[in-house]
Design a protein around this ligand. Structure first.
Ligand code: ZLS
Ligand code: CA
Ligand code: ZN
Length: 378
């Protein structure tokens, strides 16, 4: 019964690939897979592995990746290496690889690892082997059917969601990365079985340029794409308020049978690419809000470019998901120097970015979203 479920501890499965943190996009590139190793170290040193089931996921197969991606694009990703780029250069434009999405050593292997973890996590939820599954290496929400985009090559979220749709009638996708979740929105733009909700910076110019509030879906999917465009410097109170307003209404209306939550940590204050002003507590509060609905939940990572804060954030969110309080002082660990000078879990991330989201703007955004959701009740 619901009562019993509420009293039993949530079963959390944690998918960590030991190898995923060893890939390199390149010296100057902001995406650092090493943040995954750093996160896992904090998770283990806090002892959180004792509160969940740990899995070493397997790589996604070609066939699994082909469930969404086109075969010419997959063939390209499998074949191209830093040593043979000359031979493939003419395809770079077609598949959008270059500065944002460089060709690095083991690129396809890397994709197979993060996507394999998301797919396995989805299957674990389907088998009712866990209530919550975590894959911090996933969340690469920009990848398209036949092209790379914004540091993303294979869209693990789409692959995981397609898996969930084999069993669950309706899947809700929620995205708190500072960038618009365009690849996921596009993949499910015309279906009423997936509702996508992205909170992001939007000004018509910020990458990837989509995510206008009027992008609501098409055909059967009309009103099933929800976009929450935000301005620079949004703070904890405003973000958490709007998140709760929107998510309460979305879940009440859509009544999802499973939820996928993308936890991009570039919406934190002091991110190298981002310009919001969120604390780790507020970011984690969004995770808690989703968790409290007690709906099968797949949690993935995403962006996050100030590596020390990404590790802190995803460690804290792991603790939220397993209902465990963590000491505010980081445990001793071999990467301690990353967390100087304070060695705290919750550093002050208040940046100098002014909050451009006034009350009038936030109320207007909320009203527009509520208006959109009212069409679904009819
Ligand atoms: O959501 O803004 C862009 C596109 C450009 C500007 C940058 N140049 C290199 C290409 C053309 C318009 N791209 C963004 C992509 C952001 C992806 C976010 C992913 C996610 O968090 C999910 C994982 C962008 N912002 C910053 C950069 N690219 C960027 C900064 C610095 C560098 C170094 C390496 C490469 C070239 C120089 C690069 C990209
Ligand atoms: Ca987003
Ligand atoms: Zn991002």
């Amino acid at each position: 019964t619901a009562r019993l479920a509420a009293h039993n501890k949530t079963r959390v499965a944690y998918f960590h690939d030991e190898g995923a943190g060893n890939y390199h996009y390149g010296e100057r590139h902001p995406m650092k897979p090493h943040r995954l190793t750093l996160t896992n170290h904090l998770v283990l040193n806090y002892g959180l592995h004792n509160k969940m089931e740990i899995f070493q996921p397997r790589r996604a197969t070609d066939d699994e990746i082909l469930n969404f991606h086109s075969s010419d694009y997959v063939d390209f990703l499998k074949s191209v290496t830093p040593d043979n780029v000359d031979k493939y250069e003419k395809l770079f434009q077609q598949f959008n690889v270059g500065d944002d999405c460089p060709i690095f050593d083991g690129i396809y292997d890397f994709c197979q690892r993060y996507a394999g973890a998301t797919i396995e996590a989805s299957r674990k939820l389907i088998a009712n082997g866990a209530d919550i599954c975590i894959n911090w290496s996933g969340g690469l929400h920009h990848a398209k059917k036949s092209e790379a985009s914004g540091f993303c090559y294979v869209n693990d979220i789409v692959l995981g969601t397609l898996e969930l749709l084999r069993y669950f009638p309706r899947v809700l996708y929620v995205d708190i990365d500072i960038h618009h979740g365009d690849g996921v929105q596009e993949a499910f733009y015309s279906t009423d079985r997936v509702m996508t909700v992205s909170f992001h910076k939007y000004n018509g110019d910020f990458f990837p340029g989509t995510g206008h509030i009027d992008e609501v879906g098409s055909s059967l999917g009309k009103y099933y794409s929800v976009n929450v465009p935000l301005r620079d410097g949004i703070d904890d109170d405003a973000y958490v308020w709007l998140f709760k307003e929107v998510i309460d209404a979305v879940i009440g209306t859509f009544q999802p049978s499973a939820i996928v939550l993308q936890c991009g940590a570039d919406s934190l204050g002091c991110d190298r690419l981002g310009c919001f002003n969120l604390s780790i507590r507020a970011h984690g509060r969004c995770v808690q809000i989703i968790k409290n609905f007690n709906i099968p939940l797949l949690v993935v990572g995403g962006g996050g470019y100030t590596v020390r804060n990404v590790a802190r954030c995803w460690t804290y969110e792991t603790s939220v998901l397993v209902d465990t309080e963590l000491s505010p002082n980081l445990p001793p660990n071999e990467y301690r120097e990353f967390f100087k000078p304070d060695y705290k879990l919750h550093p002050d991330l208040k940046g100098r970015v002014e909050n451009q989201n006034d009350r009038t703007y936030l109320l207007k955004v909320r009203e527009r979203v509520m208006e959109q959701l009212r069409y679904l009740d009819a």
